[in-house]
Design a protein around this ligand. Structure first.
Ligand SMILES: Cc1cc2nc3c(=O)[nH]c(=O)nc-3n(C[C@H](O)[C@H](O)[C@H](O)COP(=O)(O)OP(=O)(O)OC[C@H]3O[C@@H](n4cnc5c(N)ncnc54)[C@H](O)[C@@H]3O)c2cc1C
Length: 379
């Protein structure tokens, strides 16, 4: 195999392109907007699922591989692009775990994470900015968890790919596939037709939309997440803190990102005043001093939602040489590195890093019509 077209230049498309080109494959990326401006720009960059014990072992396998390999990969991307994706091992503090605690402890032990308990005043040694009014409050800390700053990571990836001579066709929408004898040969776009030996669809939340006119589609639908960022001072918050589904993420320059909502709004990315108020309140509940700092920006991104958060990685059963790498839902950063490596293993017939079976495009994971996808019971 000499050439691959990748549809979608989010973190998944760009990481896949990087791995392929380093294996001597010629890659063309086709992006309907601008590279790295959708979900991969909008996300929090936590290199862990939020409540990892709620996910299946197949998500854990990708997450653990990513957590192990990210530090070196990010260093490499930084050196080759000159843009710092700001990897920080800030650790993740869980507050108010409630009746999931037993399950969490069991999971952390089974998969070998450090999981330390701090209570009342002792929590100060982990995160001084917390509210200590409740002496009974318990926090569970995993020090090994890191984070990246999404807008910087995607900019670094784009820069690196340009240096590696990957062609990035921006503002070019893939609209159909060209096939011959049951195998894909190329992609029709609004700017012309492109040909390659294999095609990878990494279209994030839009993946089902492109496929559904031609083939069965994965159960992927957009799930909106709104976020805000406080222009705070360095040192005000030093850990990622998660409580009741809301989190604060401290960046290197003192800014603090707070997220995020989970909204089923089709392809709408509008932000709302209600959510702004709600996130400000939640931020103050976790770190009271944040109330003294201004909110600099509010935004929304569309996660590629899937029922169980298990991405689709592999060849489409109805069209040979068409591969998918999509549906990473809330975890596209943490599981993205491993999912791209697994995809490349398959494209290049290499030994897979993990068992590919759980991610395959099996009959029961596909539907005829993406409008019938119901994610209301999603993880
Ligand atoms: C608010 C929020 C917080 C998050 N926090 C985290 C976190 O802390 N940790 C974590 O691991 N994950 C997090 N995520 C999830 C993570 O960001 C996503 O899973 C990941 O970005 C998905 O990457 P992607 O490349 O598949 O999608 P995208 O970044 O959306 O990229 C897909 C690209 O495909 C393009 N495209 C689609 N169709 C076509 C077409 N027909 N032709 C051409 N181009 C096309 C789109 O324009 C887009 O640029 C978060 C997401 C959000 C929204």
């Amino acid at each position: 195999m000499n050439s691959v077209i990748i549809i979608g230049a989010g973190i998944i498309g760009m990481l896949s392109a990087r791995l392929l080109v380093k294996n001597g494959v010629s890659v063309t990326l086709i992006e309907q907007g601008y590279a790295g401006k959708e979900s991969s720009w909008a996300g929090g960059g936590i290199i862990s699922p939020l409540y990892p014990w709620r996910y299946s072992e197949s998500v854990t396998a990708l997450a653990q591989w990513g957590q192990k390999h990210y530090p070196a990969s990010l260093k490499d991307i930084y050196h080759s692009s000159g843009i710092d994706p700001e990897y920080i091992k800030s650790g993740l503090l869980y507050l108010d775990i409630g009746d999931e605690l037993e399950q969490a402890i069991q999971w952390e032990q089974q998969f070998g994470y450090d999981f330390e308990c701090f209570s009342g005043e002792d929590l100060k040694s982990i995160e001084p900015g917390l509210d200590y009014s409740n002496a009974e409050r318990q926090g569970w800390f995993t020090g090994s968890i890191g984070q990246v700053r999404n807008p910087r990571l995607v900019r670094a990836l784009r820069e690196d790919l340009l240096k590696l001579e990957v062609t990035i066709e921006q503002q070019t929408q893939a609209q159909a596939f060209i096939s011959e004898q049951g195998a894909v040969k190329g992609v029709v776009t609004d700017k012309g037709t492109f040909y390659a030996d294999k095609v990878v669809l990494a279209g994030g939340a839009w993946s089902a939309r492109l496929l559904e006119k031609w083939l069965k589609t994965p159960k992927i639908a957009p799930v909106k997440g709104q976020m805000i960022v406080f222009k705070a001072r360095p040192g005000l918050v030093s850990r990622i803190v998660l409580s009741k589904g809301r989190y604060v993420i401290p960046r290197k320059d003192g800014r603090v990102v707070v997220g995020s909502t989970v909204e089923f709004e089709d392809f709408d990315k509008t932000t709302t005043a209600e959510v702004l108020q709600e996130l400000k309140q939640e931020a103050g509940r976790i770190i009271p001093a944040l109330a003294n700092y201004p909110v600099e920006k509010q935004w929304a991104g569309l996660r590629p939602g899937s029922i169980d958060g298990v991405p689709y990685i592999g060849e489409h059963p109805e069209l040979k040489n068409l591969y998918l790498n999509a549906g990473h839902f809330r975890n596209g950063v943490v599981i993205g590195l491993a999912s791209c490596q697994l995809l490349v293993n398959q494209l290049l017939a290499q030994e897979p890093i993990v068992d590919p079976a759980p991610y395959a495009l099996t009959e029961e994971r596909l539907v005829e019509d993406s409008r019938k996808i119901d994610l209301s019971t999603a993880i």
